[in-house]
Design a protein around this ligand. Structure first.
Ligand SMILES: [Zn+2]
Length: 325
């Protein structure tokens, strides 16, 4: 359930590009903010990333040896339904590397890469994660909705995050052989900075074995699976959500009933969606005393990095399960 009709901005001043964020805000950013990464020994590689969930990671891996432009940063729009502006095509021109989420999540960026940067190397996170399947996330309105749409939110899949990071470093090193040593060091540093993320995942996996969750939408499902949690979200609701349609009254009733019966240990709630359905679900959980753990689709403005964002959410989940991290 990621339709733009319900997605709201995370902050008021979204059009403003914050100079402190790691991911560029529709502009070019050398990510010189930490000062510890040293100078680039070669000509920086020009990189375009579609969304900031990946842009934050790519910026860290590229450091001073990459000019990273992230097209959608600041959570002002829903990447699912984004309509690119003419200026976005310009952003892709001359790109040597394009990093996409894929899985029809950011198809606009795949098209712009084809037309405006036909020679660029392309990394597609969904393809890389092996998650791509037969069904279109958007549904495209045809009648063939018998099976569940693929979940495109692969930045919530720890293995995919690792795989994309490796692929980015490999491509950057290919594009700038002189920078290869630098990129290898950045990859090592990034892995070290991801340790709290890996440790928190491990702690929840060990401490919350057998726990269950229900979710207002599928955004967190890959992470929940990696944590070993069982998904109790009623199936009909999940299918409707995956096809970006409203759940039927019966599906919503099933969800509300599950919560009032305390049929899940936590409710995973995407705060970037709004509307009466998620609101009803949230208040049903609160009334039943089920902890509500908030997650977001895209990086919130207060998160400096991908890992800060993810660890804060994982910490909240660990707390809901009484797991010490
Ligand atoms: Zn989504």
């Amino acid at each position: 359930m990621c339709s733009s009709r319900r997605v709201r901005p995370l902050a008021v001043a979204l059009a403003v590009c914050l100079p402190l964020t790691l991911a560029a805000c529709g502009g070019t950013d050398n990510v010189a903010s930490d000062g510890a990464q040293g100078d680039c020994p070669s000509e920086p590689v020009d990189v375009v990333v579609s969304v900031d969930q990946w842009g934050s990671i790519v910026s860290q891996l590229g450091g001073a040896c990459a000019n990273v432009t992230t097209v959608l940063a600041g959570s002002s729009v829903d990447p699912h339904d984004y309509e690119p502006a003419p200026s976005d095509a310009v952003a892709f021109e001359g790109a040597q590397l394009v990093v996409l989420n894929g899985g029809h999540y950011d198809e606009w960026a795949a098209k712009l890469a084809e037309t405006s940067a036909p020679d660029a190397a392309v990394i597609n996170a969904v393809e890389l994660s092996g998650h791509e399947d037969h069904e279109d996330h958007e549904g495209h309105g045809d009648a063939d909705h018998d099976h569940e749409a693929a979940n495109p939110h692969v930045w919530y899949n720890p293995a995919a995050v690792n795989g994309v990071s490796d692929a980015v470093t490999a491509e950057l090193s290919k594009l700038s052989a002189d920078g290869a040593g630098y990129f290898a060091q950045r990859r090592t540093d990034f892995a070290a900075s991801m340790k709290p993320y890996a440790d928190t995942i491990e702690a929840i996996k060990n401490g919350a074995a057998g726990k269950t969750y229900a979710a207002s939408e599928s955004v967190f499902d890959d992470m929940a699976a990696a944590l070993g949690l069982a998904n109790r979200t009623p199936e009909g609701y999940q299918v409707a959500a995956a096809n970006e349609s409203e759940p039927s009254p019966a599906d919503l009733d099933a969800f509300l009933g599950l919560l009032s019966d305390r049929g899940a240990d936590v409710l995973i709630y995407n705060t970037q969606t709004e509307g009466s359905v998620p609101e009803q679900i949230r208040s049903a959980a609160e009334q039943a005393g089920i902890p509500v753990v908030e997650v977001t689709e895209t990086l919130p403005p207060e998160a400096k990095t991908f890992q800060d964002w993810q660890v804060a959410q994982l910490d909240a989940l660990a707390k809901a399960f009484d797991v010490t991290t």
